[in-house]
Design a protein around this ligand. Structure first.
Ligand SMILES: [Zn+2]
Ligand SMILES: [Zn+2]
Length: 128
C-alpha cells in the first residue's frame, strides 16, 4: 500500500464509503482495507454519525448533506427538548444609523447599518 492509496482510503472512508467499495476502487482486498481502517481508527468515521437523539447509526448518501437524525420524529423530539439550541443566536433589533430603517441583526449587537450600501455611504460621508 502506498501513500496515495492510504490517503484515498481515508478520504473515501470519511465520505462514508463501505469497505468493499473502497477495496473495489483502490484495487486492494477488502481485508486489507478493513485492517488498515481498524489500525487507524477509521472504522467509526465511515458510517460515521449516529442519530443525535436515539443514537442509531445513520446511513449517508455520498455527496448529500450529512444528516443528524435518523427520522423526522427524532429530529422534532430532539429540537423540542433543546429549545436553547434554536435560539443559539440572539436577534437584535437595530436602527440603521444611516437610513433609519429598523433591521434585525443575528448574533451581532454592534451592527450599525442595515446594509453594505448604508455602511459604505456612511463611511464616504465621514471621509468628506
Ligand atoms: Zn433517531
Ligand atoms: Zn440603512
Amino acid at each position: 500500500m502506498d501513500t496515495n492509496q492510504r490517503h484515498s482510503i481515508e478520504q473515501m472512508r470519511s465520505n462514508g464509503m463501505s469497505y468493499s467499495n473502497i477495496a473495489a476502487k483502490s484495487g486492494l482486498s477488502v481485508n486489507t482495507v478493513k485492517s488498515y481502517c481498524r489500525r487507524n481508527n477509521l472504522e467509526k468515521k465511515a458510517i460515521g454519525d449516529t442519530c443525535n437523539y436515539c443514537g442509531r447509526t445513520l446511513t449517508h448518501t455520498p455527496g448529500a448533506k450529512r444528516k443528524r437524525f435518523c427520522s423526522d420524529k427524532c429530529r422534532l423530539t430532539w429540537w423540542n427538548s433543546h429549545p436553547e439550541a434554536i435560539n443559539r443566536k440572539a436577534v437584535y433589533h437595530i436602527t440603521c444609523t444611516n437610513c433609519g430603517v429598523d433591521f434585525e441583526s443575528y448574533g451581532n449587537a454592534k451592527r450599525k447599518y442595515c446594509s453594505r450600501v448604508c455602511s459604505g455611504l456612511a463611511r464616504r460621508a465621514a471621509n468628506d
